[in-house]
Design a binder for this molecule. Structure first.
Ligand SMILES: CC(C)(COP(=O)(O)OP(=O)(O)OC[C@H]1O[C@@H](n2cnc3c(N)ncnc32)[C@H](O)[C@@H]1OP(=O)(O)O)[C@@H](O)C(=O)NCCC(=O)NCCS
Length: 261
């Protein structure tokens, strides 16, 4: 089904039952899977591939050579709980920059920005106003909450929870099942209470299953051992371990990122 004022480039392939809204722009050599639903005003760059049964909400901008796999949902508007403190202002459209990949069943909200060549893994979840830097990978089933900023070349492994207002600098490694938290009161606070996400500084590494308490900063090149519960800031280049996490040594010179690029 084709809406009005649709602009279609050369060599475009339409899957069966694809639904294209009004004012959609489709670049050259785009392939649209069966049953894809492309909302009003969506822009698809050249060489974009859209999987079967994907839903792209109105206004979403998808750059050249992006791949959106089967069943992904792009540009979803949030459904905020009554007491949620997340901002309710209108959202800018979702942007996928050139070469980004959103894998099967992932959900990426309106207002988010996925950088060039970044990968959002199968069934991952990226909320409104989150920023994913160039070349970053968000692993399978991981959740990047609203207003989280993730830098470039970050590795977020499977099953990670990055809570709202966390900051993740370039080249950080986040192991499987890491949980960050932002609310010491567990929801028993007034409107004046500020939620505090984790701050993961450049090239730090956080081991599998670690838990980061609200507002902790993990310093540049620091190493958090698997299963640690981090209750205090971790100094740059420190190795911390245990519950609660304590400094046990420094990261050795040979382990610094500059030797592993
Ligand atoms: C920190 C780590 C590298 C082990 O360091 P290590 O110095 O080689 O540790 P060792 O095996 O020599 O053990 C030294 C001591 O620390 C303890 N220890 C080791 N790892 C620990 C951890 N994660 N938490 C708490 N204590 C730990 C050991 O039990 C041992 O204690 P002991 O001296 O009382 O017997 C490892 O535990 C780790 O966290 N690896 C990261 C794995 C990961 O999450 N990867 C992500 C991608 S899959």
């Amino acid at each position: 089904m084709l809406g009005e004022r649709v602009r279609i480039g050369d060599g475009v392939a339409f899957g069966a039952h694809a639904v294209i809204g009004d004012g959609v722009g489709i670049g050259d050599r785009v392939a649209l899977g069966a049953h894809a639903v492309i909302g009003d005003g969506v822009e698809l760059g050249d060489d974009v591939r859209i999987g079967a049964h994907t839903v792209v909400h109105p206004g979403t901008a998808i750059g050249d050579a992006c791949e959106v796999q089967d069943g992904a949902v792009l540009g979803k508007p949030p459904a905020l709980a009554r007491g949620s403190t997340a901002c309710r202002a209108p959202l800018a459209p979702l942007r996928l920059e050139a070469g980004a990949v959103v894998c099967a069943g992932a959900v990426v909200f309106a207002g988010a920005d996925v950088g060039a060549r970044a990968i959002v893994g199968d069934q991952a979840y990226v909320r409104e106003r989150a920023r994913i830097g160039a070349g970053t990978v968000v692993g399978r089933g991981s959740c990047v909450d609203n207003d989280v900023v993730v830098g470039a070349r970050v590795k977020v492994q499977s099953g990670v929870y990055l809570t709202a207002w966390s900051e993740v600098d370039d080249d950080v490694f986040i192991g499987p099942g890491v949980t960050t938290t932002n609310d010491d009161t567990m929801s028993r606070h007034g409107p004046e209470y500020a939620l505090r996400g984790a701050r993961l500084r450049r090239a730090c590494r956080v081991g599998g299953g670690a838990v980061l308490c609200p507002g902790v900063e993990v310093g540049e090149e620091a190493f958090v051992a698997a299963g640690a519960v981090v209750t205090r800031d971790v100094p740059p280049r420190a190795v911390v371990m245990g519950v609660p996490a304590r400094v046990v040594r420094d990261v050795g010179e040979a382990d610094l990122l500059e030797h592993w690029r």
